[in-house]
Design a protein around this ligand. Structure first.
Ligand code: ATP
Ligand code: MG
Length: 138
């Protein structure tokens, strides 16, 4: 069975009108959309999602940013989805992102970096379950 990963088109990219272009990159790379939902999230919801980063200095700003406007929650599927999405995204800091990656094209800063992708099987399972019920995965 192909692997599933979790992704977010972050509020900066939605605000700038890049949602369609980013979804097109994801589509072109061969991912199947299992679930998709545009919504705003509260700061406590962001804090729960990013709890692994709660001791990091950027945690509060990150959660304020993630709750600053609508975003797009995605569950994506393909063979090797987790690693392939991380490759498509590029480095966390867009200044270091490889040519052709989503962050190189669409990210503005290390914080406002356009897209999220799960970094492992355990985090993918946690993140999918955090935002979607089983019956929404189609
Ligand atoms: P993501 O988890 O969003 O896919 P990532 O795995 O590349 O990104 P992480 O180290 O998990 O990066 O950091 C989570 C998010 O926190 C980053 O995407 C970015 O928005 C923000 N972030 C990370 N490092 C910094 C930093 N030094 N300053 C400000 N924000 C940061
Ligand atoms: Mg991460």
């Amino acid at each position: 069975m192909p692997q599933r990963t979790f992704s977010i088109v972050k509020p900066d990219a939605v605000r700038k009108g890049y949602t369609g272009a980013i979804l097109a990159e994801i589509d072109k790379a061969g991912f199947r959309i299992v679930a998709v939902r545009k919504q705003s999230i509260s700061k406590p919801q962001a804090e729960g999602f990013y709890y692994v980063h709660k001791e990091r200095p950027f945690f509060n700003d990150l959660c304020t940013f993630m709750s600053s406007g609508p975003l797009v929650l995605l569950v994506l599927e393909k063979d090797n989805a987790i690693a392939d999405l991380r490759g498509l995204m590029g480095a966390t800091n867009p200044a270091n992102a490889e040519e052709g990656t989503i962050r190189k094209k669409f990210a503005g800063s290390i914080q406002e970096n356009a897209i999220h992708g799960s970094d492992g099987e355990d985090t993918a399972a946690f993140e999918i379950g955090y935002w979607f019920a089983g019956y929404e995965l189609l």
